[in-house]
Design a protein around this ligand. Sequence first.
Ligand code: ADP
Length: 374
Amino acid sequence: MVGGGQLARMTQPAAVALGVRLAVLAADAGESAAQVVREPVVADEKALEDLTSFAKSCDVLTFDHEHVPPAHLKALEAAGVVVRPGTNALLHAQDKGAMRERLSAMGIACPRYRVVADPGEVARFVVEHGGHAVLKTTRGGYDGKGVWLIDTDTAPEVVAEPFRAGVPVLAEERVNYARELSAVVARSPHGQAVAYPVVESVQKAGICVEVVAPAPGMPSERAVEAQRTALRIAAELGVVGVLAVEMFETTEGELLVNELAMRPHNSGHWSIDGAVTSQFENHLRAVLDLPLGSPDARAPYTVMVNILGGDLPDVYPAYRHVMARDSGLKVHWYGKAVRPGRKVGHVTAYGDDLASLRERAWHAADYIRGDIDE
Ligand code: ADP
C-alpha cells in the first residue's frame, strides 16, 4: 500500500487476519501506518524510482490516498506492476474534472458544473446559478481543502485563490441538500462486487465528523438506488478495491453524486466494528482477487464519530476515562500527533437505539477532544 496514513494502518489488522503481508511505503518512519507494519519502506511517494523499487517487493500495488501522479502509475503498469485500482479507474478519483465529465456521460446525476478559466468566468457562473457556487481545484484537494463556497459578494481575493494552485478549477452549483450520503462498495478484478449499507455522513467545515449506518429514515428504494449507482460506477470505470461514492440527498429526495474515492474511506470506518467484513478487509480481498466478504451490518445501527485534535495535548487520561465510562464503545487511535482539526482517531458504538448510540459516541469524542470534562 502506497501511503502511510490511518487508512493503511487500519488495513494492517485485516491483513494479519487474512494471513497476508502488508508492505507500506510511507513518507516518514513516524507515520500512522509505518508504526504498525513490519519494515515500512520510507521513500518518496511521488518519485517513480522509489515506487518502482517498492513495487518489486509486492504482488499487488494499492493506495491509501490519491496523490501518486497518474503518469507514474501508467509507467508502473507499463512495466508490468499490478496496480489496483488501475490507472484508468483511479484517474476519476484523482481529478474532479475527469470524474464529472465521465459521470455526466454515463447519465449519472451530479451538481451542474463548468471548468472555469478565470474569476470573470466564475462571476458569470455565479450569476447563472442563483448567486451561489462552489469552486474546487480539480486535483490535490482533501477534507475540504481545495473547496470554496462563494456568492456574488465574495471578496475578489477569495475567488482568485483556487486559481493559484495551478490546476484547472471547477465551478459547481451550490446544492441545497438535506443531507450527505455515502455508498461504499467493493469490487474484485473478475467483477464480484458487494455493497455496504448506505450511510449518512455529517461534515463540519469540509471534514467528516459523524457517520450513521444505515442512513436513518431512508426509504429502501432510495438506498437501493444509491447502491446501484455505486455498483454501476465501479463496474463501468473498472474499479478494483473499495469505491466510496459521496452523494447529496436533496430535499426532494434526489441523489446527486459529489465525489468518488477509490480506497477505504472515512464513511466506511464504522464497518470495522459494525459489519461482518470491514471495508479494509474487503479492499484487501478485492485487490488480491479473493472472494469478497459479507458487507452486512451486525446491528440495526452503528454510529462512528471522528476524534479531531483539540486543545488537549495529553489525551491519555481522557482516553482511559471514556473506556471506563462505556465498555461497549470501541476506540480507534491512529498514532498521530494531536493538532487542532486533524483526524487522530474515531469511536464507534453499535446497537438498537440510535439516539443513545449517538449520545455515547459524541460524548466520548468530545471528552477526548477536551470540549467537555464530565
Ligand atoms: P473534498 O475532496 O475536500 O472532500 P468535496 O468535493 O467532497 O471535497 O467537498 C467537501 C464538502 O463541501 C462536501 O462534503 C460538502 O459539504 C461541500 N460541497 C461540495 N460540493 C458542494 C456543492 N456542489 N454544493 C454544496 N456543497 C458542496
